[in-house]
Write a protein that binds this ligand. Sequence first.
Ligand code: ADP
Length: 544
Amino acid sequence: MLEGLVQHDHPLTLQHILDRMRRLYGDSEVVTLTDAGKERAVYAEVCERIDRLCRALESLGVGPGDRVATFAWNSQRHLEVYLGVPCMGAVLHTLNIRLFEDQLTYIANHAEDKVMLVDDSLVPVIEKVAPTFETVEHWVVMGDGDAGSLRGAIRYEELIADQPAGYDYPELDDRAAAGLCYTSGTTGNPKGVLYSHRSNVLHALASCLADSIAISHSDRVMPVVPMFHANAWGLPHASTFVGADLVMPGRFLQPEPLARLIEEERVTVAAAVPTIWADLLRYADEQKPDLSSLRVVPCGGSAVPLELMKAWDERHGVTVLQAWGMTETSPVGSVARAPRGADGEEYWTYRSKAGRILPLVEARIVDDDGNEVAWDGESTGELEVRGPWIASDYYNDPSGREKFDRGWLRTGDIAAIDDHGYIRITDRAKDVIKSGGEWISSVELEGALMAHPDVLEAAVIAKPDERWQERPLACVVRAEGCDVSAEELREHLRSRVAKWWLPDEIAFIDEVPKTSVGKFDKKVLRKWLEEGTLQRQAVGAAES
Ligand code: ADP
């Protein structure tokens, strides 16, 4: 056999991205919306600040493998920490600012964070739990606002201003840890997902593929999805890799400032969960901001309603590009661009799937007995994936080991895969409704309900049933000023789903409770159901 390794065994580290930012894309820029207006810096300046940040962190005692945490909105400073910490050989841990206090305590202690960098606007949130963080030695406050009671707080700007220019980056193994992010986990404590340099770099490369998100140097990318939520879906890495500009919305996530940023900064790619795009669509319909620069909107985290995608396409010429992934998958595993030749309804069928599996990712679906299920687009089972940016274990937590099977990640999602490798998620294993031994997809019922113009949000949960074990209960939020009835909704569903799927109870609620990452929190709905606080209405009683 011929010796295979004739190319240089080049380490795939984030240092390469930093190097490109400095040498090739020095004039690309980062724009951040702050309380005082917009802050701008070109990449050359950002890199220079990153060098000084690395020196400063070293002077605070940060060494190889140490965890440096952030508690911050999307901003230029957060980007500096994002790249600097891994490139100096330490590990970036992005804390979710919306977690409950005891979860924050658990996570910071489990990760053994040494330094914590906090946005000034978030000091009031973190200072209450700060005394419970056992390993944090230094607090760094980003911004001029009050540092509250944070012990020995240092100002970010002062910290880096004191340092000489330049930094001698260490040689790193690309399998070394670069980042750490905790996911809520279905049971027990939050679970840490450790990303290597290699996985971040390959994931960024995949995001730039034409059939994926297709980030290029011409783009101005606005990650609305937080940098603490699965690496802002990898967008900071992908954008800096190819020298795209970044537009950071800071803490201004309402439709008005987002629309203004898109309009003024000529944003071409903006990514967020579906609710943000539903809000922005309503705002755009009323206020008519100029969104003509927007090309593509990567969207995921939960199923993206078809009507939402169609509305953006028809009214604004914007492709809301559905992607599927999890914190454990870095996060992007599949992206839903239609295959060549698909048009009409077939085109939309593809667009409304979770997407085609990305290059380098492998997928399979497995039934309850562990057998692989055919890729016929119909048969469903648990989705399992593996690949160079898919986790194969949790960080320092054997209690999550049942999620992994020799490199395969058991996603907990129920899915079908077609013969072109398009994944259709029908449910999360924990949300599926089992009625008379058959499965009812809560995701499909929700999609069908949200296709009704008078429905703002709909979440479907299982309610215990003596005869069928479980039946679907639809929790519906009406659009403002609308009073669609439960019977009308059942009629609307009739042509869209099988008869035995029709909910026999509907509860109208003011708002669907959301999790820390903005997803429907069905645990809360189930609790309301159990406590009897949901005002339920029976529907279609005459039929059954
Ligand atoms: P959490 O478990 O806290 O929601 P993640 O943010 O990692 O953590 O969520 C991953 C889950 O989000 C996936 O397992 C899947 O259930 C759901 N999800 C992500 N993208 C999609 C999508 N396009 N369609 C349906 N579900 C999705």
